[in-house]
Design a protein around this ligand. Structure first.
Ligand SMILES: Nc1ncnc2c1ncn2[C@@H]1O[C@H](COP(=O)(O)OP(=O)(O)O)[C@@H](O)[C@H]1O
Ligand SMILES: [Mg+2]
Length: 422
């Protein structure tokens, strides 16, 4: 806006300057002509006037025209006229019309006036004219006009900028919302045509994204749901024909079914998080952590919590529980049987860390693991969907938070979720 205002002011000033320069010469010529006429007429009148009437003539000139004639040089403090382009032009023009030896001075006595000399029979006379007859004081007026130009320029710049700036700000906000995995309201399609086109395209994209997300969630939910019933049937049938298979085969098949079931559950979770609309409530995160940890108390594994007494937060409790179980499941499955969970308040953000002593995730792969269906080494273990961390990431973003998979000091993984306080 400042740049635009500056350009407008500069343009206006240049224009003003051009105007002043171009009107200076004709104005000086015109004024010089008038002043020369006054001097010449006064001179002629003095020469031709009857000597008896000369005094009356001088009085009339003084009273009616403000023109005073003296037979002597100025008897009040004088100074040369200011050295300005307009004044130089005026003096040159006057001397051209009245003769080169014409003197012109400026007196600063009681009345601001201009004295001009002329000769009659080699005797020097002076005419005294009020200054405003020649040049009106105009400096202050320019300041007023200048201020007006400045004001109009700033207002104009504000108008132009606001027409572009507001829609752009709306777009930025909406784009940030999409980045957080939310669906923003459509941005208004107003402003200059380029911005309108951009806003329209953005709204279109936002709507497409939303539909795509809904379609995917619907597909996942539908397929997963439909797979569960036959899967349950297979398990039942398998148990009924159990005696015909060897115990090893039987356990293997049951384990496979359990794995498929877990994957289906992840699909359903992923679909659920995409369309997550459950209410946020004020929760105690530490309480949530403790209740989840309780469910993991089993022989052969140790899941412990170290709670830092964090303030209450606006959370979706079910989603946060899902986030926690996904991280703990990962730590137990890919990491080590000992898992620690920590909560702390750091720099106005609540930090939730799930720590294990397993092989960890190389920093180069950490970001990629948050994408759906990505796994570190797909061949290493057959079960798993690759959706667990994607679900964690989505849940964190739902809460305007973030997820980081960091190497833990002393080996292992530090899966760190940070949530803002408000
Ligand atoms: N605690 C962990 N320690 C080591 N690797 C991990 C850990 N958690 C996740 N990973 C790696 O990240 C991959 C993606 O995890 P996730 O999205 O939960 O999918 P899944 O667990 O179904 O394989 C995992 O396959 C695993 O290779
Ligand atoms: Mg997992």
């Amino acid at each position: 806006m400042l740049l635009l205002a500056l350009l407008l002011v500069a343009g206006n000033s240049a224009w003003l300057q051009i105007f002043r320069v171009s009107e200076r010469e004709p104005r000086a010529a015109q004024i010089a002509q008038q002043v020369a006429s006054v001097v010449n007429l006064t001179r002629s009148a003095l020469i031709t006037a009857n000597p008896d009437k000369r005094f009356d003539l001088l009085r009339d000139l003084s009273e009616q025209e403000g023109i005073q004639v003296y037979a002597h040089a100025p008897n009040e403090p004088v100074e040369p006229l200011p050295d300005r382009p307009f004044v130089r032009l005026l003096i040159a023009e006057l001397q051209r019309r009245l003769g080169d030896d014409t003197q012109i001075v400026h007196s600063t006595g009681a009345v601001d006036s201009i004295w001009i000399s002329f000769d009659i029979d080699d005797i020097e006379y002076w005419v005294r004219l009020p200054r405003e007859r020649i040049e009106r004081a105009e400096q202050l007026r320019w300041i007023g006009w200048g201020l007006l130009v400045l004001l109009l320029s700033v207002a104009g710049a504000y108008l132009i900028v606001s027409r572009i700036d507001r829609p752009l700000r709306d777009l930025t906000r909406a784009a940030a919302a999409i980045g957080r995995g939310q669906t923003p309201d459509p941005v208004p399609e107003t402003g200059p045509s380029e911005i309108r086109t951009l806003s329209h395209a953005f709204n279109q994209m936002s709507a497409d994204l939303k539909r795509l997300d809904e379609d995917r969630a619907l597909l996942l939910a539908g397929v997963s749901h439909d797979l569960r019933t036959p899967l349950a049937r297979i398990r039942l049938e398998l148990e009924m024909i159990g005696d015909k298979a060897s115990p090893g085969q039987m356990d293997g098949m049951l384990q496979d079914i359990a794995d498929i079931d877990a994957v289906i559950n992840q699909f359903l979770d992923f679909a659920r998080v995409s369309g997550e609309q459950s209410a946020t409530t004020e929760c105690d995160l530490d309480e949530l952590v403790n209740s989840v940890v309780e469910r993991y108390q089993r022989p052969g594994q140790s899941v412990t919590a170290r709670c830092g007494g964090v303030p209450r937060l606006q959370l979706k409790p079910l989603a946060i529980q899902r986030l926690l179980t996904n991280l703990i499941d990962n730590a137990l499955r890919h990491g080590s049987p000992t898992v620690e969970i920590e909560t702390a308040l750091i720099d106005q953000r609540v930090r939730l860390s799930v720590l294990d002593r397993g092989p960890g995730i190389p920093p180069a792969d950490a970001e990629r693991m948050l994408q759906p269906f990505t796994r570190l080494n797909a061949a290493r273990s057959t079960s798993g969907s690759g959706l667990g961390l994607a679900i964690v990431d989505r849940i964190a973003k739902l809460h305007r938070g973030s997820v980081q998979l960091l190497p833990r000091d002393g080996g292992g993984l530090d899966a760190r979720v940070e949530l803002p306080l408000t």
